[in-house]
Design a protein around this ligand. Structure first.
Ligand code: ATP
Length: 443
């Protein structure tokens, strides 16, 4: 087996090399209940491929959390979390490291979470998703850099081939279907023929995945720099439709993703959700939400495409006031509007969107609700209406100073209070009436 000693020293940051030496020495001493410690998974794959490895994962035989506590003490770090699966995280001056117990995984039924038993290093590699991820490098002083790759991961890496370790791999864990396209595109790999056939055959198993696991995997996909290519590939393989028949990727959605991906600054995940779901109807949006059960922000964005379509034709009017534009956009999440700025037609709609994003959405009245209350305006619908009128007046340039705002309040308050009284909403505590306008003491 090849030795990766020099790669370890040259490709990993010096602080991580030190940390791995410390882990190897601790294991060799036998003081932490194990005699084997390996660097495993993605960082070994990346080392072999000459890519920048990310945070290291260490696997030890025996008891990972016990080893993690001893290692944390040795390197001046702290164990920040321990899981029921025998894993632990160390935060240290050398960086963050994950420590796991070598284990076997068995699946009681397809797509279920695995049952776990502490085991040998070979078993631990056997449970992994693809051969290139099933490699380990010893960090023991006497075996520093020895590669363990019993599933031909080393030659698969050389041939840039993605291969599952056994025929039922995608059935056991259908998240691997999404992982497969993620790695193919990120690493510039191709699936082995058998793997591609198994993936196509096992697409229906995606239905068995819990919403939480599916969503987590989709989020990882959206955070990949080459997300658009991954989604193109996923669509071509039938994966998108297998996630939900209501979901589909469109070329304009993917183009917008590429646009946002290359623009500077930190990009919000929701922007990519808006791109991915930009063609959904209201009904399709509900189907996708039912399948993924995402949080409220995701839900609003997924529903946003249909909501935008409802107002799109109104946005073509030439004489919209800024306050009317703001009102039209009130129920549409900003990521959906951002998407339309990039992908929508270059008509008047685009001008209104630009104006909204650049100026209107940040405009507020100077006078706050608290100030109005302090001046005697009763809490409730009147206060809300007054604040909205102030904001709209600001937006449309009818007021431009605090004094002008207060002047507007003076003129509008009696009218609004009167309307309240006549509208049948008055009479609540502190609401005031036409006869007794709540003691409003606006100067
Ligand atoms: P990435 O660079 O995307 O983080 P990674 O390989 O480090 O890649 P993780 O999701 O952090 O990926 O997983 C770490 C390792 O755990 C993988 O390299 C793989 O060996 C194994 N693994 C992760 N998820 C699965 C899975 N669903 N089935 C089998 N093995 C998995």
């Amino acid at each position: 087996m090849p030795k990766l000693a020099s790669l370890l020293e040259s490709k990993l940051p010096a602080n991580i090399v030190e940390l791995l030496h410390a882990a190897g020495e601790l294991a060799a001493s036998g003081d932490a209940g194990t005699s084997e410690a390996y660097l495993v998974g993605g960082s070994v794959r990346d080392l072999v491929l000459g890519r920048e490895p990310k945070d290291p994962d260490i696997v030890v035989t025996g008891n990972g959390p016990r080893f993690a506590r001893a290692l944390a003490e040795k390197i001046g770090g702290t164990v920040t979390s321990v899981s029921q699966f025998g894993t632990a995280i160390i935060d240290s001056p050398h960086g963050r490291v994950d420590v796991a117990t070598a284990r076997t995984e068995t699946y009681s039924s397809p797509a279920a979470l695995p049952d776990i038993t502490p085991s040998t290093m070979d078993d631990d590699l056997q449970r992994r998703d693809f051969s290139v991820n099933a490699m380990a490098v010893s960090v023991l002083p006497g075996a520093w850099g020895d590669l363990l790759a019993p599933h031909r991961g080393f030659s698969d890496a050389a041939r840039r081939r993605l291969r599952i370790l056994h025929d039922a791999s995608f059935q056991d864990d259908p998240t691997r279907i999404l992982r497969a396209v993620r790695y193919e595109v990120r690493l510039g790999f191709s699936m082995a023929v058998d793997t591609a056939e198994a993936l196509e055959r096992d697409l229906p198993y995606l239905d068995r995945l819990s919403s939480a696991r599916l969503l987590a995997e989709l989020k990882k996909l959206l955070m990949e720099p080459k997300r658009a290519d991954i989604l193109r590939r996923a669509e071509a393989l039938g994966i998108i439709g297998a996630i939900s028949p209501a979901l589909r990727v469109t070329e304009s959605g993917l183009k917008a993703m590429e646009h946002f991906g290359t623009s500077a600054g930190e990009i919000d995940e929701l922007l990519y959700v808006a791109c991915l779901t930009s063609s959904l109807t209201g009904e399709e949006a509900e189907a996708v939400i039912a399948r993924l059960q995402p949080d409220r922000d995701w839900q609003a964005v997924i529903r946003g495409a249909a909501a935008f379509r409802d107002v799109a034709s109104l946005l073509e009017s030439p004489d919209l006031l800024p306050s009317e534009i703001v009102e039209l956009f009130a129920r549409i999440p900003v990521p959906v509007i951002e998407f339309q700025r990039v992908a929508g037609p270059k008509t008047r709609q685009r001008e209104h969107i630009e104006a909204f994003l650049r100026r209107h959405r940040d405009i507020r009245a100077e006078t706050t609700g608290d100030e109005l209350k302090a001046q005697g305006v009763p809490s409730g619908p009147v206060l809300g209406k007054l604040l909205l009128e102030l904001k709209n007046a600001r937006l449309d340039g009818r007021v431009s100073s605090r004094e002008e705002e207060l002047d507007l309040v003076r003129r509008r308050l009696p009218v609004l209070l009167g309307r309240e009284a006549n509208g049948g909403h008055a009479g609540g505590a502190g609401q005031g009436t036409r006869d007794q306008p709540a003691g409003a003491a606006v100067p």
